[in-house]
Every structure is written in structure tokens, then in C-alpha cells.
Ligand binder design. Sequence first.
Ligand SMILES: [Ca+2]
Ligand SMILES: [Ca+2]
Length: 193
Amino acid sequence: MLGRSGAVLAVGLSLIAVTPASAVWQQYNGHWYDLTPAGLTWTQAEQAAVAMGGHLVTINDAAENAWLLSKYDIPSDIIWIGLHQPPGSPEPGGGWVWTDGQTPQSIGYVNWAPPQPDNNLGIEDSAQMYATQPAVEGGTWNDLPGTFTGMGLVEREFDPAVPAVSHLGLLVLTMLGLCVGAWTFSRRSWNAA
Ligand SMILES: [Ca+2]
Ligand SMILES: [Ca+2]
């Protein structure tokens, strides 16, 4: 009886833990991309990206940058990318790091719009991608205050069409399995006694 109810509970918990899928994911080079809702600071956009099963985008080369611009050329809003500058970094060009831990140096690619990053007013620590309009050069990057609000460009490594159980879900299922196993074992021991 517990086995059946345990299985039902496990299925329920796994469904809760399933990463929500969006209807507008677009695939490129084995990764999937989408936008967060609008009106988010850089940090909120990254949190939304994580909730969507990914992170704010890491742009590895000019081809990925060009593909992103072809799909997400949105002049009406700030489009956050995953490049961020921790507090205390040497200004204006030091310390920049992508959400996945890679750096422009480790990747060997940047696409700042000259003279960016400029740390304007001394408060710019988060990167946007310019649209083709009204910027002079679409697809280039600019540092902005992370407190500004816009949409985040999300990149995830796993197919959104295949629901992925989160680490928490796996942990819960493992614990549940151990409990059911222990209960079954103890019951057999009791019956054998
Ligand atoms: Ca800065
Ligand atoms: Ca700037």
C-alpha cells in the first residue's frame, strides 16, 4: 500500500520539480534560447533565467552573437546578456564574468561597442546587447547599471521539450526511494521473524 502511495507521491513531486517549458524556445548549435518577461533588473533576469532552466546567455563567438541578433533584435527594450561585473572589479574593463563562470578572456571573444565598457557615472556593472536601432551598431554590447530593467536573453543546454527533473526533485525521489526500501526491508524482516 505504501509502495503505491509512495509511487504516486513520487510522481507528484517529480512533476512539481519539472522545469517549466516555454513555447518560444529557439534552438541554435545544440542550445536553446528564449527571453524572460520584461521589467527585470539584471539580477532578476538571471533569477528568471535559472527558473526557466538556464542562465542569462553566454556568447562564445561572433556566429552566436549574429544568430542572437537575428532572433532577438528588440529596439524597444534593454536586452540583458549574461556578462556581469562583480563589485570591486577594476574599472571599466576588469572582472567581467559570464553567468556560467567563463570570462571574456577564457572565451577569447568580446563585442563591446566602442568605447564601452565605460562605467558611465561609475555605476555600470551589467551588459546589454544593442538592437540594430537606435544603436549605431546592432549586436554590440554596452555596460549599464544592473538596476535598469529589461528582458533577459536565456540560454539552456537541455531540450525544453524533454522535461528535466531538478536536482531537488532527484534528491526528494532518492530519499523517498530509500524510505520505501527501508520500510519494505523492515516489513520482510518482521514477517520472517
Ligand atoms: Ca563598471
Ligand atoms: Ca556603458
